[in-house]
Design a protein around this ligand. Structure first.
Ligand SMILES: Nc1nc2c(ncn2[C@@H]2O[C@H](COP(=O)(O)OP(=O)(O)O)[C@@H](O)[C@H]2O)c(=O)[nH]1
Ligand SMILES: [Mg+2]
Ligand SMILES: [Zn+2]
Length: 327
């Protein structure tokens, strides 16, 4: 029994690594039978236990994970990767900087206890990089780590390398066409993660990253590319998080503890918006995220309950046929 790190996920095949030992494995049948949720299957970044016959028999507890809502109707969590140290939030400077999009990823990193680093790409084709940085500082203060990257210099790449110390794992997230795969390729110095050609008209890249993989850098850090998460369905951890410290602080003065900040009398946030102390854009983004969190919490509770009940029903049925067979 040995502990391996999952570095590749290709359907039901996993590539695992332990020092120089790299192998292809599958999960053991008895492991599969013990699962309740799909999210319990191994993902890249997981530590797994391999038994003597070379099968995965256990996934070690995750320090954290990055997940999104699986596409489709069912409200189900899809874990992209586990045990992440840095979330590189990639935003291109060739179009107007969309801070609301960055906010969503910041929330994702915050609720999962992953340090966020904003990476602004395509500085070479941006007319006013300073203005973009001012915009960021205004919104996030000076504490946020920001890296600026262009295609002509290695400044951005070197900034990333400084952060990516041995054993650390960083995940690149952001919209399609933002330049994630380009950064991953440059870090790896080769064409490992295929870059897509941006379609000129809509500036949206095609989706080319399908299977998930952890790439190891020369220094011993790991990086993960992700496909463009166009409309990222947030998957919120039910822990305490803050969407905006400023607005959360204001909310303490609302008359009602469960104030929705939409219609209630004595709402300190609405009051601040009225007085022009909080911008309408910030207010709208705040309320929208709060709604989404509330919905995610309710849906996740139902989903876990449903999956558990379904599993129990199957077990009961299986136990039934077992005992009939024995008789
Ligand atoms: N001018 C410029 N183009 C870039 C830069 N980074 C990426 N690109 C281009 O943007 C397009 C999309 O890049 P890609 O890495 O595939 O984006 P992804 O969808 O986020 O992985 C490609 O055509 C890249 O060549 C940059 O810093 N400057
Ligand atoms: Mg890509
Ligand atoms: Zn309120």
């Amino acid at each position: 029994m040995d502990r391996y790190k999952v570095i590749g996920e290709f359907g039901n095949q996993y590539v695992v690594k332990r020092d120089g030992d790299i192998r292809n494995v599958r999960v053991a049948g008895k492991f599969k039978n013990g699962l309740i949720l799909r999210s319990e299957y191994p993902v890249v970044g997981d530590w797994v236990i391999i038994d003597d016959s070379g099968l995965i028999v256990e996934v070690c507890a995750r320090r954290n994970s990055v997940a999104r809502k699986r596409s489709g109707k069912k409200y189900e969590q899809q874990i992209l990767a586990a045990n992440i140290d840095y979330m590189f939030i990639v935003a291109p400077l060739d179009t107007e900087l969309n801070l609301n999009k960055i906010d969503r990823f910041l929330l994702l990193s915050q609720t999962n206890k992953i340090e966020p680093v904003i990476v602004l790409t395509k500085a070479d084709i941006c007319e006013d990089v300073d203005a973009c940085i001012d915009k960021m500082v205004h919104r996030y203060g000076g504490m946020m780590k920001v890296i600026i990257s262009d295609k002509d210099t290695d400044d951005g790449i070197n900034g990333l390398k400084r952060i990516l110390q041995p054993e650390k794992t960083g995940i690149f997230v952001g919209p399609s066409g933002a330049g994630k795969s380009t950064l991953v390729n440059r870090l790896l110095n080769e064409e490992k993660a295929r870059t897509a050609q941006v379609r000129e008209k809509d500036k949206k890249g095609k989706h080319t990253t399908t299977n998930r993989q952890l790439y190891e850098l020369e220094g011993g850090a790991f990086i993960i590319d992700t496909p463009g998460i166009r409309e990222i369905g947030l998957w919120i951890n039910k822990e305490i998080y803050s969407v905006s410290d400023e607005l959360d602080n204001l909310a303490r003065d609302c008359r009602f503890g469960d104030c929705s900040h939409k219609v209630e009398p004595g709402c300190a946030i609405l009051d601040a918006v009225e007085k022009g102390m909080v911008s309408r854009a910030d207010y709208r983004a705040y309320v929208k995220l709060k709604d989404e969190i509330r919905f995610a919490e309710m849906a996740q509770n139902d989903m876990v309950k449903y999956a558990y009940e379904k599993k129990m029903k199957i077990r009961k049925r299986e136990a039934g046929t077992e005992s009939r067979r024995k008789r």
